[in-house]
Ligand binder design. Structure first.
Ligand code: 1HN
Length: 378
């Protein structure tokens, strides 16, 4: 009996089609294509349109997640799913509907709601992926970074550069939810990840609840760099950017506009970027974070740029347009803006303001000299 040799089917599939730039479909062409398939070869002429579009054609979809529903499901998870070693975090990720069910909000960015019950601890670990937390509501959790306990309250932005040990604990009597952003899909695609467990429980001393962290006492003074510290670290050494400061910066920009002075990025649209206090650059090498404020009845310009972003509505109500989609949004709602898809936000006429937290992957493209922005005229 002849031995049966299992030849795995070729993953290459080539179809002879009548199209500009394509050879006529003939039996000889079909035979040529079967030969290519057997030998795992792909000719450029069948692929060029997909590989080299005239401009970015994102595989990600523009999509919106409602905060009320996320919080409800996270609360259910809090009652049913423990937090501890293995799963590490009670974090529930946004899965872009066009990215195959993976926990990827965009091709490069992870976004999740995380939930910690009263008294709970999330164990210590570290990873090379860069991360941050942003708090849309609530308080009571301290994130402990390298043994430094950092308070998390509404409006605070907390960067967490890669390879720092970190744990969280909820010192309050209420559950708390917040969002995490990480460059997990980017690290996954580039196969550059490292991960280590730390201690299962951090010390009593580290479970303190200081109003200000050591990092803020060193780095939290505007324009003043502590000379005892290195300045050009990869990620920001300032572990909390407090809402009072962000809010005042945005309010000042709009007040300057009222007084006829420069300050806003466009009429009625104030914006700030969270920066590394030692370098003035983005807070992390792969993630850009910003806060935008649109005044009552105002709107941003429409713009598009290379790279993807995730937004969370921090306050107010309005409508946002992402490509051909338009949504009415309110506090906590999260949505994705894919690469090179136009975005515009508008504040309702009966809302005092619309505040949008945004994170994106622009630093990656800037470092590679591949970043482009196109802003529409007003
Ligand atoms: C992580 O460490 C956190 O520390 C959040 O809060 C989300 C998702 C995947 C892997 C590690 C955190 C994460 C994560």
């Amino acid at each position: 009996m002849a031995a049966v040799i299992d030849v795995p089917p070729s993953p290459v599939r080539l179809k002879a089609v009548a199209a500009p730039g394509q050879p006529e479909p003939t039996p000889a062409l079909e035979q040529l294509y079967r030969g290519f398939e057997q030998e795992l070869l792909v000719p450029l002429w069948t692929e060029i349109g997909d590989l080299m579009p005239p401009q970015p054609r994102s595989k990600a979809a523009a999509h919106l997640w409602r905060w009320e529903r996320l919080k409800q499901l996270a609360g259910e998870a809090g009652r049913i799913v423990p937090v501890g070693r293995g799963g590490e975090r009670r974090a529930i990720a946004l899965a872009n509907p066009a990215l195959g069910g993976r926990p990827f909000a965009t091709p490069t960015l992870w976004a999740a709601i995380q939930y910690l019950m009263p008294g709970e601890n999330a164990p210590e670990h570290r990873h090379t992926q860069h991360a941050f937390r942003f708090v849309v509501e609530g308080e009571g959790v301290w994130t402990v970074v390298g043994g430094d306990a950092v308070r998390m309250s509404r409006g605070d932005f907390l960067p967490q550069a890669g390879w720092n040990w970190h744990a969280h604990h909820n010192a309050a009597t209420e559950p708390m939810a917040w969002i995490d952003g990480l460059d997990i899909p980017f690290a996954y695609m580039t196969e550059s990840q490292f991960f280590e467990h730390g201690r299962d429980a951090i010390s009593e001393a580290e479970q303190g609840t200081p109003e200000r962290s050591r990092s803020e006492r060193l780095w939290g003074h505007p324009g003043l760099r502590p000379l005892s510290q290195p300045a050009d670290t990869a990620g920001s050494p300032l572990l909390a950017y407090r809402w009072a400061d962000t809010d005042r910066a945005l309010a000042d920009q709009l007040a300057l506009e009222d007084e006829g002075h420069p300050g806003v990025v466009s009429a009625g649209h104030a914006a700030v970027r969270f920066t590394h206090p030692g370098t003035g650059r983005d807070v992390m090498p792969t993630i850009r974070c910003e806060m935008h404020r649109v005044r009552r009845g105002g709107r941003t310009r429409a713009w598009r740029e290379v790279g993807s972003s995730v937004y969370q509505v921090f306050d107010g109500t309005g409508s946002v347009r992402v490509g051909g989609q338009q949504w009415r949004v309110q506090r906590g709602d999260l949505f994705v803006v894919p690469s090179w898809v136009p975005f515009q936000a508008q504040c309702d006429a009966d809302a005092p303001l619309l505040d949008l937290f945004r994170f994106g992957d622009a630093p990656i493209f800037e470092a590679l000299h591949q970043h482009r922005v196109q802003v529409d005229a007003e």
